[in-house]
Design a protein around this ligand. Structure first.
Ligand code: BGC
Length: 275
């Protein structure tokens, strides 16, 4: 009989291998550190500022899990394939993909350039497709290892409240997130019989560099809070905790779901007093 690996509730992702894209800042950094603390070995993907990726690697190692940084542009097929090749060589396999890398290129609709449109769609949407496809190939090859997880693999797509909330001045970003919703659900439907779970987390306003202008002055923060019934801006840990749970067997029967982690931003706060 194969040796049993004892389940440790404090480290529910023990013996699992995770890849987090865009993991050297913001939500990706928070997820990478939390997955490491939960027992997973973590690949910290980045495209710029290697020193920040190293900082995240060191934090994860200090918590007792292994971590390595790998540079790759998620919108580039060859770079994504090389990254997965390096991960499989170093860690042997992958159990958890957090598809996080994303960016904004904001412009009024009539002034938006094709380059701004293309960059956001390529990184936010095509990047999630390319990484999920490589992860799925390895999950299908390896199958379920019962001592590690009840699933053959878990894909967590970092979406946004803007997969459902339209957003003036950000049509490329909102379109990319709407696309992620159907990418995630269609993958979930196709891969469920193979015991691969695919879900999304849709963050609201989380205090990270991507939306600094929305929170870094008192006036901006006040305006932002009118959109958040919970009356506080989110923190990367709010998303990271959810990612750990979605990656763990605690959420074994959940696939094809989007969890909105947004302090109520999707509750139409304007209607609290109107309508
Ligand atoms: C965007 C942020 C924005 C938030 C709420 C996120 O997906 O990246 O810039 O603050 O949605 O509107």
């Amino acid at each position: 009989m194969a040796a049993e690996i004892a389940f440790n509730p404090a480290r529910p992702l023990q013996n699992q291998k995770a890849l987090v894209t865009g993991a050297n800042s913001g939500i990706g950094e928070g997820c990478a550190i939390a997955l490491g603390a939960a027992g997973a070995d973590v690949v910290v993907n980045y495209i710029s500022r290697p020193e920040d990726a190293e900082r995240v690697v060191n934090l994860i190692r200090a918590g007792g899990s292994n971590a390595i940084a790998i540079e790759a542009d998620v919108s580039n097929e060859a770079e994504v394939q090389a990254m997965f090749g390096e991960m499989l060589k170093s860690f042997g396999t992958i159990d958890i993909l957090v598809n996080n890398a994303g960016l904004q290129q904001d412009a009024a609709f009539h002034e938006m350039t094709l380059a701004q449109w293309d960059l956001v769609i390529r990184v936010n949407l095509t990047g999630q497709f390319l990484c999920a496809r490589e992860a799925a190939r390895e999950f299908l090859r390896r199958g379920v290892v019962p001592a590690v997880s009840t699933a053959a693999g878990k894909i967590i797509c970092i979406s946004s409240v803007h997969e459902v909330i339209p957003w003036s001045g950000h049509v490329n970003y909102a379109a990319s997130k709407g696309g992620i919703m159907q990418l995630m659900k269609s993958m979930a439907q196709e891969l469920a019989p193979k015991k691969i779970r695919v879900n999304s987390i849709a963050p609201g306003a989380i205090k990270t560099p991507i939306n600094r202008p929305a929170w870094d002055t008192p006036a901006a923060l006040d305006a932002l809070l009118t959109l958040i019934p919970d009356q506080r801006i989110g923190l990367p840990q709010d998303i990271a905790r959810t990612a750990v749970w979605l990656a763990s067997d605690q959420s074994d029967y959940i696939t094809g779901a989007t969890l909105f982690v947004d302090g109520g931003m999707t509750l139409y706060p304007g209607f609290a007093t109107g309508g």
